[in-house]
Design a protein around this ligand. Structure first.
Ligand SMILES: Nc1ncnc2c1ncn2[C@@H]1O[C@H](COP(=O)(O)OP(=O)(O)OP(=O)(O)O)[C@@H](O)[C@H]1O
Length: 259
Protein backbone atom coordinates (compact mmCIF):
# COMPACT_ATOMS: atom_id res chain seq x y z
CA UNK A 1 0.00 0.00 0.00
CA UNK A 2 2.89 2.38 0.87
CA UNK A 3 6.52 2.13 -0.20
CA UNK A 4 9.05 4.62 1.12
CA UNK A 5 12.63 4.65 -0.11
CA UNK A 6 15.60 6.82 0.75
CA UNK A 7 13.32 9.59 2.04
CA UNK A 8 14.85 12.89 3.18
CA UNK A 9 13.20 16.06 4.45
CA UNK A 10 14.65 19.19 6.00
CA UNK A 11 13.30 22.52 7.20
CA UNK A 12 15.55 25.58 6.90
CA UNK A 13 18.59 23.39 6.19
CA UNK A 14 17.96 21.24 9.29
CA UNK A 15 17.35 17.56 8.46
CA UNK A 16 14.08 16.38 10.02
CA UNK A 17 13.84 12.98 8.30
CA UNK A 18 16.86 11.08 7.04
CA UNK A 19 17.16 8.06 4.78
CA UNK A 20 13.82 6.43 5.69
CA UNK A 21 13.11 3.13 4.03
CA UNK A 22 10.07 0.97 4.83
CA UNK A 23 6.82 -0.33 3.48
CA UNK A 24 3.30 -0.64 4.81
CA UNK A 25 1.31 -3.61 3.57
CA UNK A 26 -2.33 -3.49 2.59
CA UNK A 27 -4.53 -4.31 5.58
CA UNK A 28 -1.81 -3.53 8.10
CA UNK A 29 -2.11 -1.42 11.27
CA UNK A 30 1.26 0.37 11.20
CA UNK A 31 2.47 2.51 14.09
CA UNK A 32 4.97 5.36 14.13
CA UNK A 33 6.56 6.08 17.51
CA UNK A 34 9.43 8.23 18.72
CA UNK A 35 10.22 11.09 21.10
CA UNK A 36 8.98 14.67 20.68
CA UNK A 37 10.45 16.29 17.60
CA UNK A 38 11.64 13.00 16.07
CA UNK A 39 9.76 13.68 12.81
CA UNK A 40 6.56 11.60 13.21
CA UNK A 41 4.08 14.30 12.13
CA UNK A 42 6.36 15.40 9.32
CA UNK A 43 6.44 11.82 8.02
CA UNK A 44 2.64 11.67 8.14
CA UNK A 45 2.45 14.92 6.13
CA UNK A 46 4.71 13.41 3.48
CA UNK A 47 2.69 10.17 3.39
CA UNK A 48 -0.53 12.12 2.86
CA UNK A 49 1.16 14.23 0.15
CA UNK A 50 0.40 17.45 2.09
CA UNK A 51 4.14 18.13 1.82
CA UNK A 52 6.82 16.86 -0.56
CA UNK A 53 10.11 15.23 0.38
CA UNK A 54 13.45 16.83 -0.52
CA UNK A 55 14.48 13.53 -2.07
CA UNK A 56 13.47 9.89 -2.13
CA UNK A 57 10.23 8.27 -3.15
CA UNK A 58 6.81 7.55 -1.71
CA UNK A 59 4.54 5.19 -3.62
CA UNK A 60 0.89 5.00 -2.62
CA UNK A 61 -1.02 2.07 -4.05
CA UNK A 62 1.72 1.63 -6.66
CA UNK A 63 1.81 5.25 -7.86
CA UNK A 64 4.25 8.05 -6.96
CA UNK A 65 2.39 10.13 -4.32
CA UNK A 66 3.33 13.39 -6.03
CA UNK A 67 1.47 12.34 -9.19
CA UNK A 68 -1.89 11.57 -7.56
CA UNK A 69 -4.47 14.37 -7.87
CA UNK A 70 -5.76 15.65 -4.49
CA UNK A 71 -9.43 14.91 -5.21
CA UNK A 72 -8.60 11.36 -6.35
CA UNK A 73 -6.45 10.86 -3.25
CA UNK A 74 -9.32 12.04 -1.04
CA UNK A 75 -11.51 9.17 -2.26
CA UNK A 76 -9.21 6.59 -0.70
CA UNK A 77 -6.87 8.32 1.76
CA UNK A 78 -8.02 10.23 4.85
CA UNK A 79 -6.03 11.95 7.57
CA UNK A 80 -7.10 12.50 11.16
CA UNK A 81 -5.03 15.34 12.51
CA UNK A 82 -5.38 17.15 15.76
CA UNK A 83 -7.86 20.04 15.66
CA UNK A 84 -9.30 19.39 12.23
CA UNK A 85 -12.87 20.24 13.12
CA UNK A 86 -14.69 23.18 11.47
CA UNK A 87 -16.01 26.20 13.39
CA UNK A 88 -18.40 25.53 16.24
CA UNK A 89 -21.77 26.44 14.64
CA UNK A 90 -22.21 23.03 12.97
CA UNK A 91 -23.98 20.00 14.39
CA UNK A 92 -22.26 16.64 14.79
CA UNK A 93 -24.19 15.17 11.85
CA UNK A 94 -23.37 18.14 9.59
CA UNK A 95 -19.68 17.78 10.39
CA UNK A 96 -19.68 14.06 9.64
CA UNK A 97 -21.51 14.77 6.36
CA UNK A 98 -18.66 17.12 5.40
CA UNK A 99 -16.47 14.01 5.16
CA UNK A 100 -18.42 13.13 2.01
CA UNK A 101 -16.87 16.02 0.03
CA UNK A 102 -14.79 13.81 -2.34
CA UNK A 103 -18.02 12.18 -3.54
CA UNK A 104 -19.90 15.44 -4.15
CA UNK A 105 -20.19 17.47 -7.34
CA UNK A 106 -19.60 21.22 -7.47
CA UNK A 107 -23.11 21.85 -6.11
CA UNK A 108 -22.24 19.82 -3.03
CA UNK A 109 -24.68 17.03 -3.88
CA UNK A 110 -23.98 13.32 -4.15
CA UNK A 111 -25.17 10.80 -6.73
CA UNK A 112 -26.39 8.33 -4.10
CA UNK A 113 -27.89 9.18 -0.73
CA UNK A 114 -25.13 8.87 1.89
CA UNK A 115 -27.60 8.87 4.81
CA UNK A 116 -27.15 5.17 5.56
CA UNK A 117 -23.34 5.47 5.57
CA UNK A 118 -23.51 8.41 7.98
CA UNK A 119 -25.99 6.58 10.26
CA UNK A 120 -23.72 3.55 10.48
CA UNK A 121 -20.63 5.58 11.34
CA UNK A 122 -22.49 7.61 13.99
CA UNK A 123 -23.69 4.40 15.54
CA UNK A 124 -20.25 2.69 15.42
CA UNK A 125 -18.67 5.59 17.26
CA UNK A 126 -21.50 5.98 19.76
CA UNK A 127 -22.50 9.40 18.42
CA UNK A 128 -26.18 8.77 17.61
CA UNK A 129 -27.51 10.61 20.63
CA UNK A 130 -25.23 13.58 19.96
CA UNK A 131 -25.90 14.01 16.25
CA UNK A 132 -28.02 17.18 16.52
CA UNK A 133 -25.79 18.83 19.09
CA UNK A 134 -23.46 21.66 18.02
CA UNK A 135 -19.71 21.22 18.44
CA UNK A 136 -19.42 23.88 21.15
CA UNK A 137 -21.54 21.66 23.42
CA UNK A 138 -19.20 18.64 23.23
CA UNK A 139 -16.34 17.53 25.46
CA UNK A 140 -12.81 17.18 24.07
CA UNK A 141 -13.17 13.39 23.82
CA UNK A 142 -16.52 13.65 22.04
CA UNK A 143 -15.02 16.10 19.54
CA UNK A 144 -12.20 13.65 18.85
CA UNK A 145 -14.76 10.94 18.04
CA UNK A 146 -16.61 13.36 15.73
CA UNK A 147 -13.33 14.11 13.94
CA UNK A 148 -12.79 10.37 13.44
CA UNK A 149 -16.40 9.95 12.22
CA UNK A 150 -15.81 12.71 9.65
CA UNK A 151 -12.74 10.98 8.18
CA UNK A 152 -14.51 7.61 8.22
CA UNK A 153 -17.36 9.17 6.19
CA UNK A 154 -14.77 9.61 3.45
CA UNK A 155 -14.73 5.78 3.30
CA UNK A 156 -10.97 5.68 2.81
CA UNK A 157 -8.92 2.53 2.27
CA UNK A 158 -5.92 4.15 3.92
CA UNK A 159 -6.33 6.08 7.17
CA UNK A 160 -3.52 8.20 8.63
CA UNK A 161 -3.93 9.12 12.29
CA UNK A 162 -1.82 11.72 14.09
CA UNK A 163 -1.92 11.01 17.82
CA UNK A 164 -5.63 10.12 17.76
CA UNK A 165 -5.91 9.39 21.48
CA UNK A 166 -4.62 12.74 22.76
CA UNK A 167 -7.22 14.31 25.11
CA UNK A 168 -9.09 11.02 25.51
CA UNK A 169 -9.57 9.22 28.80
CA UNK A 170 -8.55 5.55 28.91
CA UNK A 171 -12.11 4.39 28.11
CA UNK A 172 -12.35 6.48 24.96
CA UNK A 173 -8.76 5.68 23.95
CA UNK A 174 -9.70 2.01 23.78
CA UNK A 175 -13.11 2.73 22.21
CA UNK A 176 -11.56 4.84 19.44
CA UNK A 177 -8.73 2.44 18.65
CA UNK A 178 -11.11 -0.55 18.80
CA UNK A 179 -13.38 1.21 16.29
CA UNK A 180 -10.45 1.89 13.97
CA UNK A 181 -9.18 -1.67 14.43
CA UNK A 182 -12.62 -3.20 13.62
CA UNK A 183 -12.90 -1.02 10.52
CA UNK A 184 -9.37 -1.99 9.44
CA UNK A 185 -9.96 -5.73 9.93
CA UNK A 186 -13.49 -5.91 8.48
CA UNK A 187 -12.56 -4.37 5.14
CA UNK A 188 -8.84 -5.10 5.00
CA UNK A 189 -8.12 -1.36 5.20
CA UNK A 190 -4.74 0.09 6.08
CA UNK A 191 -4.00 2.31 9.08
CA UNK A 192 -0.86 4.33 9.80
CA UNK A 193 -0.98 5.88 13.26
CA UNK A 194 1.41 8.14 15.13
CA UNK A 195 1.09 7.06 18.76
CA UNK A 196 2.77 8.42 21.86
CA UNK A 197 1.55 5.66 24.12
CA UNK A 198 3.90 2.73 23.57
CA UNK A 199 1.55 0.29 25.32
CA UNK A 200 -1.34 1.17 23.01
CA UNK A 201 1.05 0.95 20.05
CA UNK A 202 1.97 -2.55 21.18
CA UNK A 203 -1.68 -3.63 21.56
CA UNK A 204 -2.96 -2.32 18.22
CA UNK A 205 -0.08 -2.20 15.74
CA UNK A 206 0.94 -5.13 13.55
CA UNK A 207 4.29 -3.44 13.07
CA UNK A 208 5.95 -0.33 14.46
CA UNK A 209 8.47 2.18 13.06
CA UNK A 210 10.65 3.84 15.70
CA UNK A 211 12.10 7.25 14.84
CA UNK A 212 14.77 9.18 16.70
CA UNK A 213 15.95 12.59 15.48
CA UNK A 214 14.58 11.83 12.04
CA UNK A 215 16.36 8.51 11.77
CA UNK A 216 14.78 5.10 11.43
CA UNK A 217 15.88 3.17 14.53
CA UNK A 218 13.93 0.07 13.62
CA UNK A 219 10.82 -1.29 12.00
CA UNK A 220 9.24 -4.56 13.04
CA UNK A 221 6.84 -6.39 15.32
CA UNK A 222 6.04 -4.75 18.69
CA UNK A 223 8.22 -7.28 20.51
CA UNK A 224 11.16 -6.51 18.22
CA UNK A 225 10.89 -2.75 18.69
CA UNK A 226 9.69 -2.34 22.28
CA UNK A 227 12.84 -3.60 23.96
CA UNK A 228 14.18 -1.98 27.11
CA UNK A 229 17.60 -1.23 25.67
CA UNK A 230 16.20 0.46 22.57
CA UNK A 231 13.70 2.52 24.59
CA UNK A 232 16.45 3.60 26.95
CA UNK A 233 18.63 4.67 24.02
CA UNK A 234 15.91 6.67 22.30
CA UNK A 235 13.80 8.06 25.17
CA UNK A 236 16.46 8.15 27.89
CA UNK A 237 14.38 6.16 30.38
CA UNK A 238 14.95 2.63 31.57
CA UNK A 239 11.63 0.81 31.46
CA UNK A 240 10.63 -2.63 32.62
CA UNK A 241 9.16 -4.54 29.71
CA UNK A 242 6.62 -7.21 30.63
CA UNK A 243 4.36 -9.49 28.63
CA UNK A 244 0.66 -8.60 28.67
CA UNK A 245 -1.07 -11.54 30.43
CA UNK A 246 -4.00 -11.60 28.00
CA UNK A 247 -2.66 -10.31 24.68
CA UNK A 248 0.89 -11.69 25.08
CA UNK A 249 2.37 -8.47 23.73
CA UNK A 250 5.05 -6.29 25.34
CA UNK A 251 3.88 -3.68 27.84
CA UNK A 252 6.09 -1.07 29.38
CA UNK A 253 6.27 -0.03 33.00
CA UNK A 254 8.10 3.18 33.74
CA UNK A 255 10.44 3.59 36.69
CA UNK A 256 10.57 6.82 38.58
CA UNK A 257 13.94 8.27 39.56
CA UNK A 258 12.53 9.70 42.78
CA UNK A 259 14.32 9.02 46.03
N1 LIG B 1 7.11 23.71 9.22
C1 LIG B 1 8.22 23.56 9.93
N2 LIG B 1 9.24 24.44 9.85
C2 LIG B 1 10.39 24.27 10.53
N3 LIG B 1 10.62 23.22 11.36
C3 LIG B 1 9.64 22.32 11.50
C4 LIG B 1 8.38 22.44 10.80
N4 LIG B 1 7.61 21.38 11.14
C5 LIG B 1 8.34 20.65 12.02
N5 LIG B 1 9.55 21.21 12.23
C6 LIG B 1 10.62 20.68 13.09
O1 LIG B 1 10.89 19.36 12.66
C7 LIG B 1 11.15 18.50 13.77
C8 LIG B 1 10.17 17.33 13.73
O2 LIG B 1 8.87 17.81 13.98
P1 LIG B 1 7.59 16.85 13.99
O3 LIG B 1 6.41 17.69 14.30
O4 LIG B 1 7.57 16.05 12.75
O5 LIG B 1 7.97 15.92 15.23
P2 LIG B 1 7.06 14.89 16.04
O6 LIG B 1 7.87 13.65 16.18
O7 LIG B 1 5.72 14.76 15.41
O8 LIG B 1 6.97 15.64 17.44
P3 LIG B 1 5.86 15.62 18.61
O9 LIG B 1 5.93 14.27 19.25
O10 LIG B 1 6.40 16.66 19.55
O11 LIG B 1 4.53 15.97 18.04
C9 LIG B 1 11.01 19.36 15.00
O12 LIG B 1 12.30 19.74 15.40
C10 LIG B 1 10.21 20.56 14.54
O13 LIG B 1 10.57 21.71 15.28
Amino acid sequence: MIQVSDLWKSYGGQPVLQRLHFEVKKGEFFGIIGPNGSGKSTLLKLLSAIESPDSGNIYLDGKPAVRIKPKELATWLAVLQQETLPPVGFTVREVVEMGRFPYQNWLGTEKDDAGAVIDEILSTLGLNALQDRTLDKLSGGEKQRVALAKVMAQQPRLLLLDEPTTFLDIGYQIQLLDAVHRWQRSENNTVVAVLHDLNLASLYCDRILLLDQGRQMGVGLPRQILQAEMIDKVYGVTPIVLEHPVHHLPQIMLQSRRE
